[in-house]
Design a protein around this ligand. Structure first.
Ligand SMILES: [Zn+2]
Length: 328
């Protein structure tokens, strides 16, 4: 998959959407810049802060990118017309879409936990990789982070782990899914479509493995933050359920990647879902839970600040952005 993305960028094709690999060279990004328009010029990067019980949650906009031909990413088993019609019905342009990236910091009072790391230095040429800049604007230094949780190992989530060949969060330990690490770190990926992702994990994740705790379904990061298996988007994709003083939030990572196309039509195939059938099943299971329990969730690729709710509909789910629910 990563190889395919690299090739698209190198050939000057449409901009990559969901899985921006960290292993890309700066040259590749520079060429990609011709077609992948940077649309995020906020100074400093946008951040959004709210309280979840006694936890402070800070969502940071690592960046955003506009791309063309939505159907080639969302609804690859549908016609461009069907995808365009659903977009138009939701007041969105039919020919282009915006994808954004939203790492989340959770300060529990005793730990400062970062969930995913954005595109990192590999994205800067395109105006992406702004996580640390955003954290600084929100009052957090890189050194403050005590735990980095990686939901899965696509490049737009692990790209910010290393900076200039050194750990970007020098005082952190790490938590990630055992199945995810085992898949990407395995030399058996060489010569397969996952080879590019394998190399990215060797560069950005493996050097940190000694400080990593590997968990599975039901594993805790700390008290009140529990991992749940949500496989499909990637082989070991994990999501996290947070609870503090009775307030709950699900960090749903890449379970759904477009707030209309993936939520209203959870069965539509998404290019970057590595196991498309499993990803669709997981989408329905996770968002059925979120809808039934009326939970707030943060989706890494939802429109910034990426926090909302879903209402179950006949065909899928209606996304409702958070407003003042956590202010009172
Ligand atoms: Zn992603």
């Amino acid at each position: 998959m990563m190889i395919e993305i690299n090739r698209r960028l190198l050939l000057g094709g449409a901009g990559l959407a969901l899985a921006a690999p960290s292993l890309m060279t700066r040259a590749a990004f520079a060429q990609g810049a011709d077609t992948a328009m940077s649309i995020d010029h906020a100074m400093p990067p946008e951040t959004h802060r709210f309280k979840l019980g006694s936890f402070e949650v800070v969502v940071v906009k690592d960046g955003a990118r506009a791309s063309g031909k939505p159907q080639e990413t969302f609804g690859t088993n549908q016609t461009p017309e069907a995808v365009g019609e659903l977009l138009t019905a939701n007041f969105l342009p039919a020919e282009n879409f915006v994808n954004s990236f939203a790492p989340v910091l959770v300060n529990t009072g005793s730990e400062v936990i970062l969930f995913d790391t954005g595109l990192g230095e590999g994205g800067r040429a395109n105006g992406l990789g702004r996580l640390v800049e955003g954290l600084t604007a929100a009052g957090y230094k890189r050194e403050d982070v005590t735990i980095v949780v990686i939901t899965h190992m696509h490049g737009d989530h692990i790209g910010g782990l290393m900076e200039g060949g050194n750990p970007a969060f020098p005082n952190a330990r790490y938590v990630t899914g055992q199945a995810e690490y085992d898949f990407w770190a395995d030399p058996a990926r060489v010569g397969t479509p996952a080879e590019g992702g394998h190399k990215g994990v060797l560069a950005n994740v493996k050097p940190l493995a000694e400080k990593m705790t590997f968990i599975g379904d039901g594993g805790d990061v700390v008290g009140g933050i529990t991992g749940m298996a949500a496989f499909g988007h990637s082989p070991g994709h994990m999501i996290y359920r947070l609870e503090s003083e009775g307030r709950q939030l699900v960090l749903a990572a890449d379970t759904a990647n477009h707030f209309v196309l993936s939520l209203q039509r959870p069965e539509w195939e998404v290019k970057f879902d590595m196991d498309k059938a499993a990803a669709a099943e997981t989408r329905k299971r996770v968002f059925d839970m979120i809808a039934t329990d009326k939970l707030a969730f943060i989706g890494y690729h939802m429109p910034f600040p990426a926090v909302g709710y879903v209402e179950k509909l006949d065909t899928g789910y209606r996304y409702v952005p958070k407003s003042y629910q956590f202010d009172i």
